[in-house]
Write a new protein. Structure first.
Length: 101
């Protein structure tokens, strides 16, 4: 947990942290291995989805994504599982951003 009591996790060089976290939703940031940042508008629920909310900026974030998974996100262990599940899509978006900016 971070200093505000929000869950955080590191998986394969990507770090998930929270701007704000409620029981089933919140806003989060993901730092990639190179230090660049993408952001998430996340929810816990079904069905799962991953949608671009704000397009990547060549001079800023590698995107903002609305995501939903049927996984809780209230502890560090849950944050690690949530990030691990999103990582294939996040890594693809980040890699595209790094090679096309």
């Amino acid at each position: 947990m971070d200093e505000h009591g929000y869950p955080e996790a590191v998986v394969d060089g990507f770090t998930l942290g929270m701007f704000v976290s409620y029981d089933h939703c919140g806003d989060a940031w993901v730092t990639a291995p190179d230090g660049s940042v993408g952001t998430l508008i996340w929810e816990t629920g079904s069905p799962s989805y991953f949608e671009e909310s704000i397009a990547p900026d060549p001079n800023g974030r590698w995107g903002t994504y609305a995501v939903q998974l049927p996984l809780p996100l209230t502890t560090d262990a849950e944050a690690a599982e949530y990030l691990r599940t999103l990582l294939p899509e996040l890594r693809t978006r980040w890699e595209y951003w790094t090679t096309n900016r």
